[in-house]
Design a protein around this ligand. Structure first.
Ligand code: KG4
Ligand code: ZN
Length: 354
């Protein structure tokens, strides 16, 4: 394979509720990473409030970018290109990062590369780190089967080479992360839902409730809305059985068992379908990325039964950050990809389309 040129990329991410900037060298070496989370701001709404998100991005994006450069001990002049999330995401949030990147590109004359947020999640698996024995972790090899599980997406994708995506399937309704967020709300566990459900599930029995697994046999698609409804119905039943009134809200729910049983159902379907898809496509390597890949139950199950190598980014790189955008930006920049200042946000941009 032809050796790619060396380059330092400044990455900028603002697609949802994290304002982030990072500098990455050669797509693999992290020189700096800054993430300003808006978690607390949105907690009172129980989800991301788009208007609040974009206004907060505007407030913090400049200092976040400045800090990322300062932490890397670099100035804009030392950067080879600016990579920015172009979509998918909230339109009002995306344009803040895009405009920041465009301003920097215009002022410095540096090239601009628009990145698909999902591609960013995938490329977080290429970032350098040590493996359990303390040795340098070897990056994924093609062909590989990728499972992207985030708040807005659940996708099974076959990658035969860098930047090549063959979509096998995806969710027909709720994304995996969305299901975690909805169930967290239902069980009054707060926002963001995924980590809250995982924590609540820890002392629980995953076999306490038999929630449905939607296999959708014969396809690589997923569906999580039936599972969410099953949890809702179970909660209603418990309230009816234990309470005095029709649906007594004051009843103490078996939250740990409900959370553990729900989590087990999601994780089993994700891990099993990803493994089968890899087998059927004769692929040895599996890559799992996106916010839900931070879930320990998923990490354990998918790593346990898969014969080949399983790549899951370290937990701090699973949720949104700009390191992943800079990493993906490098692989595009090194292959000559560039965007002009007219680049627009693409709020519903499917992975792999231009
Ligand atoms: O990738 P991400 O940070 O943002 C999007 O691109 O959507 O993913 C956020 C999603 C949320 O739905 C969040 O609840 C979920 O990832 N998530 C988790 C965990 N950490 C984050 N879900 C399950 N277990 C976790 N530990
Ligand atoms: Zn994401």
């Amino acid at each position: 394979m032809k050796e790619l040129p060396s380059a330092r990329i400044l990455g900028i991410e603002s697609s949802c509720d994290e304002t982030a900037a990072a500098v990455v060298e050669d797509g693999r070496r992290i020189l700096s990473s800054v993430v300003a989370s808006q978690e607390e701001l949105h907690a009172e709404y129980g989800g991301v409030f788009p208007e609040v998100a974009s206004r907060q991005h505007i407030r913090v994006i400049y200092p976040v970018v400045e800090q990322a450069l300062a932490k890397a001990h670099l100035s804009l002049g030392d950067i080879d290109a600016i990579a920015v999330t172009r979509g998918p995401g909230l339109p009002g949030s995306l344009v803040v990062g895009l405009n920041m990147a465009k301003g920097l590109a215009l002022g410095s004359g540096k090239p601009l590369v628009g990145i698909n947020h999902l591609e960013g999640h995938l490329y977080s698996a290429w970032l350098k780190r040590n493996n359990e024995e303390g040795k340098e972790y070897l990056p994924p090899e093609f062909p590989l089967l990728a499972l992207i599980v985030s708040g807005g997406h659940t996708e099974l994708v076959l990658m035969r080479d860098h930047l090549q995506y063959e979509r096998l399937g995806g969710t027909l309704d709720d994304a995996a992360g969305e299901a975690f967020d909805k169930v967290a709300r239902l069980l009054d566990l707060g926002y963001p839902g995924g980590p809250a459900v995982e924590k609540a599930a820890k002392p629980g029995d995953p076999a306490a409730f038999k929630f449905p697994r939607s296999w959708l046999e014969g396809s690589w698609d997923f569906s999580f809305s039936g599972l969410k409804t099953a949890v809702l119905n179970q909660v209603k039943n418990i309230r009816q059985e234990l309470g005095d009134s029709k649906e007594d809200e004051s009843v103490d729910l078996p939250v740990a068992d409900l959370a553990a049983s729900f989590q087990a159902a999601v994780v089993e379907v994700l891990a099993t379908k990803a493994r089968f898809a890899a087998q059927e496509h004769d692929v040895k390597e599996l890559l799992v990325a996106g916010g839900v890949s931070a879930n320990r139950a998923l990490r354990t199950l998918i790593s346990k039964d898969t014969p080949g190598r399983v790549h899951i980014p370290p937990i701090e790189l699973c949720t949104d950050n700009a390191v992943m955008i800079a990493a993906a930006g490098y692989f595009r920049f090194a292959r000559g990809h560039r965007h002009g200042l007219e680049m627009d946000a693409m709020p519903t941009w499917p992975l792999g389309s231009d």
